[in-house]
Design a protein around this ligand. Structure first.
Ligand SMILES: *[C@@H]1O[C@H](CO)[C@@H](O)[C@H](O)[C@H]1NC(C)=O
Ligand SMILES: *[C@@H]1O[C@H](CO)[C@@H](O)[C@H](O)[C@H]1NC(C)=O
Ligand SMILES: *[C@@H]1O[C@H](CO)[C@@H](O)[C@H](O)[C@H]1NC(C)=O
Ligand SMILES: *[C@@H]1O[C@H](CO)[C@@H](O)[C@H](O)[C@H]1NC(C)=O
Ligand SMILES: *[C@@H]1O[C@H](CO)[C@@H](O)[C@H](O)[C@H]1NC(C)=O
Length: 259
C-alpha cells in the first residue's frame, strides 16, 4: 500500500514537472520557426527562447491567456519554409506572412488552426499543392495564396469554408477543374482564380452564386472552355455564353443593373 502511494506521488510529481518544463509551447513553436528561416533584416531578433512566453516578442500578439493570436510578418524579408508545428498555435487568428521569400510547401498541419480568420501567404515562392486540410478551418474569412508557385488541383474541401469572404488563388500554376463545392460558400464575395492552368467549365453552382450573391469572379487567363448557363439570370438572356479564357464576370453588378 505504502509503496503504491509513494509510486503514485512520484508519478504525479514527474507529470507536474513535465507540464511545467513544457509551459512555453507556443514560444517553442515560434522559435523552431525562427531557426528554420533566414532573416537578413534581423526582424526576429527579439524572439528570445529564454522568455517565459513569446508575448513580448515583436511581430507577435497574444490574448490575455498568453496564447498567440497574431503573427504579423508581411514584407519582412524572411526566407525559407513553414514548419509543421505552426499548426499547433491553436488560438492563432491572423497569419500574415505575405510578400516574403517563403518556399517549400504549405504544411497540411495548418488545417489544425481552428481559430484562423486571415490566412495571408500571398506573394511568396511556395510550391506543392494546397492542402485539403485547409477546408476544415471553419472560422476562415480570407484565404490569400496568390502569387506563389502552387500546383495541383483546388481541393474540393475548400467548399466547406462556409464563412469565407475572399478566396484569392490567382497567379499560381493550379490545374484541374474548378470544384463545384465552392458554390456552397454563400458568404463568398470575391473569387480570384485567374492566371492558372485550370481546365473545364466554370461550375453552374459558382455562376449562380455570382448572380444571386454579388460574387466578384475572375477566371481570366486559364485554359477553361465551354458554355455557362446561369439559372440565376431572368428574361430573354437565360444563356450566357462566354469565351471563358478571357472572362471577368461581374454578374452581381449586371443583375443589380437589371432591377
Ligand atoms: C528556400 O530558399 C533557400 C534560400 O534560397 C534555399 O537555401 C532552400 O534550399 C530553399 N528551400 C526550398 C525547399 O526550396
Ligand atoms: C494536425 O494535422 C495533421 C495533418 O492534417 C494531423 O495528422 C494531426 O493529427 C493534427 N494534429 C492535431 C494536434 O490536431
Ligand atoms: C468537406 O468537403 C469534402 C469535399 O467537398 C467532403 O467530402 C467532406 O465531407 C467535407 N468535410 C466536412 C468536415 O464537412
Ligand atoms: C456588388 O459588389 C461590388 C464590388 O464589390 C460593389 O461595388 C457593388 O456595390 C455590389 N452591389 C450590390 C448590389 O451589393
Ligand atoms: C493551355 O492552352 C494553351 C493554348 O491552347 C496550350 O498551349 C497549353 O498547352 C494549355 N495548357 C494546359 C496546361 O493545358
Amino acid at each position: 500500500m505504502v509503496a503504491q502511494q509513494a509510486a503514485a506521488a512520484f508519478i504525479t510529481g514527474l507529470l507536474a514537472f513535465a507540464i511545467l518544463a513544457n509551459c512555453n509551447t507556443e514560444g517553442d513553436i515560434l522559435y523552431a520557426q525562427r531557426m528554420a528561416w533566414q532573416d537578413p533584416k534581423n526582424v526576429l531578433k527579439s524572439w528570445d527562447p529564454t522568455f517565459d512566453n513569446p508575448c513580448p516578442w515583436e511581430h507577435v500578439t497574444c490574448d490575455n491567456e498568453n496564447y498567440v493570436i497574431r503573427m504579423d510578418l508581411g514584407k519582412a524579408g524572411i526566407i525559407g519554409p513553414l514548419v509543421p508545428q505552426l499548426g499547433e498555435l491553436k488560438k492563432l487568428q491572423y497569419l500574415e506572412l505575405f510578400g516574403n521569400g517563403l518556399n517549400g510547401s504549405i504544411p497540411t498541419t495548418l488545417g489544425n488552426l481552428s481559430n484562423l480568420v486571415n490566412f495571408d501567404l500571398q506573394e511568396n515562392m511556395l510550391t506543392g499543392t494546397i492542402p485539403a486540410s485547409l477546408g476544415s478551418i471553419s472560422t476562415l474569412v480570407n484565404l490569400r495564396l496568390y502569387g506563389n508557385k502552387l500546383t495541383g488541383p483546388i481541393p474540393p474541401s475548400l467548399g466547406n469554408l462556409t464563412n469565407l469572404v475572399t478566396m484569392d488563388l490567382q497567379k499560381n500554376a493550379l490545374s484541374g477543374s474548378i470544384p463545384a463545392s465552392l458554390g456552397n460558400i454563400e458568404t463568398l464575395r470575391s473569387l480570384n482564380l485567374n492566371g492558372n492552368v485550370l481546365t473545364g467549365m466554370v461550375p453552374s453552382e459558382i455562376v449562380s452564386l455570382a448572380s444571386v450573391r454579388n460574387l466578384s469572379l475572375n477566371v481570366e487567363n486559364n485554359n477553361l472552355t465551354g458554355t455557362v448557363t446561369s439559372a440565376g439570370l431572368r428574361g430573354a438572356n437565360e444563356h450566357v455564353t462566354c469565351r471563358l479564357s478571357r472572362l471577368v464576370l461581374w454578374l452581381g453588378l449586371a443583375l443589380a443593373a437589371l432591377f
